[in-house]
Design a protein around this ligand. Structure first.
Ligand code: ZN
Length: 327
């Protein structure tokens, strides 16, 4: 099989060069190659296409790892998994995607430590591996959870790209009102917590779809509520978005997405700081974190959400699994 690039003009995204795809899983029984649009078009238009391929291939197994840091304090039956992927694509250093998210969650974890803050719910900071190769790290993590551990995972927060240079403050559409694809029950409350936070800061937000493009996917697939933030990738900023959020309409949110130029120059420090504060707020809220001398963090929407929903002391039993038929 020859898969060729699609050959349409998309700023910030090379759709003419050689296609480097992923097959998703091992064990595909036919040879598959990727090629450029030009070569592929040549085959497609030829009367009697004949290809002579010389392939030098190797199949290697690469060891990699997730980095997990679990708080000593906090109820282990109400775990809050705070995730960001630590890998990048091979084309570039991946500073916005996803040095921005993984550095932000690291900073929040370090602040919890130096302030001797105590979460009432156990916090699991996860730096996922292999996201760019098909969500490998987070899929593996969730696949290894027992049914009880799934039930003890209260929610997943995901931060994948939070410093885009032409940014929009996107919040995952947990309630599905914008894109019709709601997350498991509880996801709406997570979205609302972010919306309330940004509203209190006087900062506009926009919804982004739960389209399965990042590490929350395995969690929502297992019926675990999820939410998070995103400042945009190869998508193009609209006129309306530019009016609301500033920046340049008609340009990608991140013109260096998955490219060699995704360096420290590819970060908008202002939006990174705004997002980092929101990340911290969400971790403190869902972890019900108490900081010495400062008391409890305000639970906001989260408190009202689980006042109205059955919280049986062991996680979100009533809410897990409905979406995919699990009890
Ligand atoms: Zn990413």
């Amino acid at each position: 099989m020859i898969i060729f690039n699609q050959g349409n003009e998309v700023p910030g995204d090379d759709r003419f060069g050689v296609l480097f795809g992923t097959l998703g899983e091992l064990g595909v029984g036919i040879p598959v190659v990727g090629t450029s649009f030009e070569i592929g078009e040549g085959f497609a238009l030829a009367e009697e296409p004949t290809a002579r391929l010389v392939l030098e291939t190797s199949q290697v197994t690469v060891d990699t790892f997730n980095l997990l840091a679990t708080s000593r304090k906090g109820d282990p039956t109400k775990q809050v998994v705070v995730g960001a992927h630590l890998d990048s694509v091979s084309e570039g250093p991946g500073i916005n995607d996803n040095g921005s998210g993984s550095a932000t969650t690291l900073e929040v974890a370090l602040k919890l430590a130096v302030t001797k803050s105590k979460p009432a719910n156990q916090l699991v900071f996860a730096w996922w591996s292999g996201e760019e190769d098909g969500l490998q790290g987070s899929n593996y993590y969730v696949s290894q959870l027992s049914e009880e551990q799934v039930a003890n995972t209260a929610l997943n927060l995901n931060f994948d790209m939070v410093g885009s240079p032409n940014p929009v403050r996107f919040v995952y559409d947990g309630d599905g009102d914008a894109f019709g694809e709601a997350g498991p029950e509880g996801s709406a409350a997570i979205e609302q917590t972010f919306l309330d936070y940004f509203a209190a800061q006087g900062l506009a937000t926009a919804p982004t779809a739960f389209d399965g493009r990042s590490d929350y996917f395995a969690f929502i697939d297992a019926g675990i509520p999820a939410g998070g933030l995103f400042t945009g990738a190869e998508g193009i900023k609209t006129d309306e978005e530019a009016a609301t959020f500033g920046g340049t309409a008609g340009e990608p949110y991140d013109p260096c997405y998955h490219q060699a130029c995704d360096t420290t120059d590819n970060i908008d420090a202002t939006v990174l700081e705004e997002m980092a504060d929101a990340v911290a707020h969400s971790v403190y809220t869902f972890g019900a974190v108490k900081t010495p001398g400062r008391g409890h963090h305000d639970h906001g929407a989260w408190r009202s959400w689980h006042k109205n929903h059955a919280w049986d002391g062991r996680g979100f039993h009533g809410s897990h699994g409905d979406r995919h038929g699990r009890g």
